[in-house]
Design a protein around this ligand. Structure first.
Ligand code: HEM
Ligand code: HEM
Length: 140
């Protein structure tokens, strides 16, 4: 079970990062070229949200079966274990919350530029947070 979840989490991470990057770049292009917010832009935002939520759900299970997750929690003097058992999960939880807030709040707006700005800021912050606490040495 552990290996399946770990492999999924590791591979799905590429999809999460690529889609977040596409969503942020798309939003920045939308703002700078003063485009109208269309169904395509909504789909990019929604698809990114779903892929991110799936990563989160699987990560929750992974956290409890991985030797580097909850089992390693508390070993604060070991930087690698502190990263996978505390910093990476906590920062990613905040990142995914920001992404979800960005999605929810864009729905309440009518103006195209305002919608693009929500995505640029909230998805952009989420992406930066995720990148700041990835266990790169385990992954690549
Ligand atoms: C632990 C697991 C999950 C949590 C805590 C969670 C939480 C949330 C929250 C708080 C929202 C925002 C609702 C709103 O303000 O509109 C949301 C939206 C959404 N979630 Fe999740 N989610 C989880 C897993 C999933 C999974 C596994 C999927 C897809 C397979 C998913 C798909 C969606 C979609 C499509 C929306 C957008 C709904 C809409 O605005 O139309 N979520 N989720
Ligand atoms: C979008 C959010 C996330 C991304 C992109 C992401 C990405 C990654 C990547 C690339 C790895 C290294 C995988 C490898 O060993 O090849 C990893 C490991 C890990 N992640 Fe995440 N992660 C995310 C969210 C989370 C969350 C929310 C949790 C916990 C609730 C979590 C728990 C873990 C754990 C415990 C490991 C170590 C797994 C092991 O090798 O045993 N991740 N993550």
């Amino acid at each position: 079970m552990y290996q399946i979840l770990q492999k999924f989490h590791s591979g799905w991470a590429y999809l999460v990062l690529v889609l977040l990057l596409v969503a942020v770049v798309n939003a920045i292009i939308g703002i700078t070229s003063k485009k109208e917010f269309t169904a395509k832009d909504r789909k990019i935002g929604l698809f990114t949200l779903i892929v991110t939520h799936i990563q989160f759900l699987v990560a929750l299970f992974l956290y409890f079966v991985s030797p580097l997750g909850k089992a390693a929690f508390g070993q604060m003097s070991n930087a690698a274990l502190r990263l996978t058992s505390l910093e990476h999960p906590l920062i990613n939880l905040i990142a995914i919350a920001l992404i979800t807030i960005g999605w929810s709040s864009h729905k309440k707006l009518i103006n195209s530029e305002a919608k693009f700005k929500k995505f640029a800021i909230f998805y952009g912050l989420g992406l930066i947070l995720i990148l700041s606490r990835l266990p790169w040495s385990l992954w690549l």
